[in-house]
Design a protein around this ligand. Structure first.
Ligand SMILES: [Zn+2]
Length: 350
């Protein structure tokens, strides 16, 4: 818990261990100032500032080194599954450092916070059901995060798409952003066929389109996917590799078709706990760059803003997937469209 967020902790410092180190760095930082006072000699403010910076840097480096060493020790002693989770931690903590603020869209409920914390530390959140109410399988965290019943996985996907579209519309303009853009012009066309029968893609639409995103005058098509990198089917493959290969598969399906139509294709891959694939990270950085220029803010500030918003959009859904109601029985009772409702009405009148 006392480690930094990037090294797997919550940055809740433990004063009994950190006080001596902080004291020493204070003493180092005041070195020149104290000497000048004692000797009554000349005092250079510039040299003093450099000394403070150097002392701060050294203390920080020493802390990071110690934290990394502690994490490495855990990876060795905790087994492969734990090592896989720990490797991801540096990339998944953006939601932890966001101050909940309705104005920024960073609010987070207590349950969402606790559930995500449990997932971060490989624990089972409290109060989960024994069996899934959608398919009656034993309910594990893994099952909850991937069960297709109830449509929650689709909702999570849509939430992430909407957040991406919203950020793009802020960085560009709303009229340059489209939702579910067609990858192929024309109706009912599938992805280009390579050879006689091999159909490359089964969908004809991307998730978000943004005109002028990477280059002026070119549309970029985004395809979003959130995947559970801890799922058993991925075995012990590194989370980063899992996301990379999923992104590669998407590019194999759609990139050629997009490029042929003078458009760019960017897959946006996220793990369920908010780790982004490198292409998704690059797109986030691009949005941050555009926003920094538009709002005349610092790039680093905007990069943090975009990363946090995207991470929150992904992890917020975890509570829904773990605790949402998947029971389907009520859905069978009501008429499903207007035609059925009218039929029911005519039946009553007669
Ligand atoms: Zn289920």
């Amino acid at each position: 818990m006392s480690q930094g967020v990037k090294t797997g902790g919550l940055a809740l410092r433990n004063p009994t261990t950190s006080a001596p180190i902080l004291h020493q760095s204070s003493v180092d930082a005041c070195d020149l100032l104290v000497k000048a006072l004692q000797d009554g000699g000349r005092f250079s403010a510039e040299a003093h500032r450099a000394c403070v910076r150097e002392a701060g840097n050294q203390a920080r480096q020493a802390r990071l080194k110690a934290e990394a060493a502690y994490l490495d020790g855990l990876k060795v002693s905790g087994g492969r599954k734990m090592a896989k989770r720990l490797e991801r931690m540096g990339e998944t903590g953006a939601w932890l450092s966001a101050i909940p603020n309705r104005f920024d869209g960073t609010e987070f409920s207590r349950e969402e916070f606790q559930d995500n914390l449990a997932i971060r530390y490989g624990l089972r959140p409290r109060g989960l059901p024994e069996r899934c109410d959608g398919c009656n399988e034993p309910f594990s965290v893994e099952h909850g995060l991937s069960c297709k019943k109830g449509g929650f996985a689709g909702q999570r996907h849509d939430d992430v798409c909407e957040e991406l579209a919203h950020l793009c519309s802020m960085a560009l303009t709303a009229s340059r952003v489209s939702s579910e853009p067609e990858i192929f012009y024309g109706r009912g066309l599938m992805a280009a066929q390579r050879g006689a029968s091999e159909v490359l893609g089964d969908e004809a639409r991307g998730d978000v389109g943004a005109h002028g995103f990477w280059k002026r005058g070119r549309t970029t098509i985004f395809d979003v996917q959130v995947c559970d990198t801890d799922a058993k089917s991925y075995g012990n493959r590194e989370s980063k590799k899992v996301l990379e290969s999923a992104a590669r598969r998407k590019r194999e399906k759609y990139e050629e078709a997009c490029l042929e139509r003078r458009r760019d294709f960017t897959p946006m891959l996220y793990s369920v706990d908010g780790m982004a694939d490198k292409l998704a990270r690059a797109a986030e950085k691009r949005i941050a760059g555009l926003l920094a220029a538009k709002w005349t803010r610092q790039y680093s500030q905007m990069a943090c803003f975009v990363r946090t918003r995207m991470c929150l959009a992904v992890v917020r859904s975890n509570t829904l997937l773990l605790r949402g109601d998947r029971a389907m029985s009520w859905r069978r009772r009501a008429p499903e469209d207007g035609v059925a409702a009218r039929a029911a009405m005519t039946f009553q009148i007669q």
